[in-house]
Ligand binder design. Structure first.
Ligand code: FAD
Length: 556
């Protein structure tokens, strides 16, 4: 039962469906397409345009054991190694065994992957993979092709209703505490304008990542962690928030660059580009058996360490030996984006630095996408199925979105067929009685990002996180003070997003401060070793009655 909700006006309109899906990336659209096949009505609600999430930006591809000699077992081994001891092995097994067919179904849904002259799908390699097992499209435009295909399929399905430019606020439950719909704010004009409510038999969160909690990120502007914040307010458990993957090779645009930054895909290293310092030294050689293709955390840390040692603001990725033709054919998007910023990878090394990229943690789910709140499901980057552990293996996330979205749809279809997916009655009184969270001003977004990048980014320590936590607490206190002075921030998209970012950032810092070890992409300068005796387990975060996040170590 929700004890907290965002400050918002009471809903002025209501819509009804069977399954409401929040988000229109690979995960949300896959759920919508599949529940419809089970005879259920689906309503997809999305914050901006249908293709505005991370999915469209994915470059490298989708990992699946499709190549000759490759097996799900080998894919499992590579995933477990990257996950640094805390993957849920059964969830990984599900991912890698169901993955190849999920990719084939994606192809059947219209996604056109790159193929060789023999007509076979081409496979490339990325960091941490011991095999060529990454399918890709348009060279380095895989996500754009997946998004195009799924958006076309959803638009062609008359039983799927779509609401764009609609920010979902909070979960609604019935008197049994079962998810029964949600509140949302629609930006636009017409019958469904302003705050409304959607009633549904089940709710699926597919809201993507939370990269915008940091100053520099590869994630688009919509990735503000809304799904995690909503789930926390609804009483759900979230887990592994401290494991944020920083992509090692993001185009460096200067020390003050903020917001979404252009990615230089791992596939560029997969095809043989070298990481070098300003003197041209390949510093990854000798640090790991896979050199530049070591898992992302290893590479990101090595780059950061080299930058610290040399007092440099960035390192370089050198792919000059590819030649102009290969750059144009294999990496057209990256080539264009570098050239747009005045760098020509054909003739010069690309300046790069790590930036926030992927949330391994999220809303805790079982292998059917079920969260700890009955009737509330989560899939894609917002979820924590346990497949990524402490660090995601490259190109496993689109696959996770596909596989677990399909499993949610199958679970809903099974419940529907068994008569266990009844209509729900929203408990309106309980929804309005939940404690309204005061909203920070919209400018808080930049301050949260600055605090997080400075103290809780790639390098963390008890002192840096105490400073970050204090800065975040001050923003929350000021929001409460403004309410007390009767000068609250207006409820609107910017202030709702700021409130979500603040809750996610505070929860992330609470978990990261508690995990006194270095593991996967969580790097503690004051606890540089991995500590399996104490920390080979998850931290589960929930909201206390006063609205503060509390992280509790899972039983070992
Ligand atoms: C630059 C880049 C490159 C990447 N490359 C790869 C790769 O090569 N391979 C790979 O496997 N992964 C890659 N990833 C990661 C992968 O793209 C994402 O993890 C994946 O696309 C997430 O899919 P999703 O459906 O969960 O979320 P998204 O695609 O992010 O979609 C989230 C949706 O939720 C909506 N939303 C969010 N909040 C709300 C709200 N409050 N109300 C309503 N709607 C909301 C958004 O508008 C959006 O439609 C990359 C990511 C980035 C950023």
């Amino acid at each position: 039962m929700s004890t907290h909700r965002l400050t918002a006006p009471a809903p002025g309109w209501t819509a009804t469906t069977d399954v409401v899906v929040v988000g229109s990336g690979v995960a949300g659209l896959t759920v919508a397409l599949d529940v419809r096949k089970a005879g259920l009505r689906a309503l997809v609600v999305t914050k901006a345009m249908l293709d505005d999430g991370s999915t469209r930006w994915a470059q490298g591809g989708v990992a699946a054991a499709l190549g000759e000699g490759d097996t799900p077992e080998q894919h499992l081994d590579d995933t477990l190694v990257a996950g640094a001891g805390i993957c849920d092995e059964e969830a990984v097994r599900t991912l890698v065994t169901e993955g190849p067919d999920a990719v084939r179904r994606l192809i059947a849904n219209g996604a056109a992957f790159d193929r060789g002259e023999d007509g076979e799908v081409l496979l490339t390699r990325e960091g941490g993979h011991h095999r060529r097992r990454i399918v890709h499209a348009g060279g380095d435009a895989t996500g754009a092709e997946i998004s195009r295909a799924l958006v076309a399929a959803v638009r062609a399905a008359p039983e799927i209703e779509l609401i764009e430019h609609a920010l979902v606020l909070d979960l609604l439950t019935d008197s049994d505490g079962h998810a029964a719909g949600l509140t949302l704010h629609v930006m636009g004009e017409g019958q469904r304008d302003g705050v409304g409510a959607v009633r549904a038999r089940a709710v699926v969160l597919a809201t993507g990542g939370m990269g915008q909690v940091f100053s520099a990120t590869t994630n688009p502007a919509v990735s503000t962690g809304d799904g995690v914040a909503l789930a926390l307010r609804a009483g759900a458990a979230v887990t592994d928030l401290e494991f944020v993957q920083f992509h090692p090779t993001v185009l460096w645009l200067g020390p003050d660059a903020e917001g979404q930054q252009p990615l230089v895909s791992e596939a560029v290293r997969g095809e043989g580009a070298h990481l070098v310092d300003a003197d041209g030294v390949r510093f990854m050689v000798g640090q790991h058996e896979l050199a530049e293709l070591a898992p992302r955390d290893v590479v990101a840390k090595a780059i950061t360490r080299r930058m610290q040692e040399q007092g440099a603001e960035h390192m370089y990725l050198d792919g000059r030996h590819f030649g102009a033709e290969m750059w144009a054919e294999r990496f057209p998007t990256i080539l264009a984006s570098c050239r747009a910023h005045g760098i020509d990878p054909v003739t010069e090394p690309i300046p790069i630095a790590p930036a926030a990229h992927f949330a391994s943690g999220g809303v805790r789910t079982d292998r059917h996408g079920r969260t700890t709140v009955p009737g509330l499901y989560a899939c894609g980057e917002v979820a924590c199925t346990g497949v990524h552990g402490a660090n995601r293996l490259a190109s496993n996330s689109l696959l996770e979105g596909l596989v677990f979205a399909e499993r949610i749809a199958a679970d809903l279809a099974g419940r529907h067929a068994a008569g266990r997916l009844p209509e729900r009655t929203v408990d309106v009184a309980a929804a309005r009685a939940a404690h309204p969270v005061p909203l920070p001003p919209s400018e808080a977004r930049a301050e949260i990002q600055r605090l997080m990048s400075r103290g809780a980014g790639i390098l963390r320590s008890a002192a840096s996180m105490a400073d970050t936590a204090a800065g975040l607490a001050l923003i929350a206190q000021q929001a409460y003070a403004h309410v007390a002075e009767e000068k609250p921030a207006d409820p609107r998209v910017e202030t709702w997003e700021a409130a979500n970012l603040l809750l996610v950032a505070t929860s992330l810092v609470a978990a990261a401060a508690q995990r006194e070890e270095t593991r996967g992409c969580h790097w503690r300068e004051d606890f540089p070793e991995r500590d399996d005796a104490h920390w080979r387990r998850h931290l589960i975060t929930t909201l206390a009655a006063n609205g503060d996040p509390v992280s509790t170590p899972e039983e070992q």
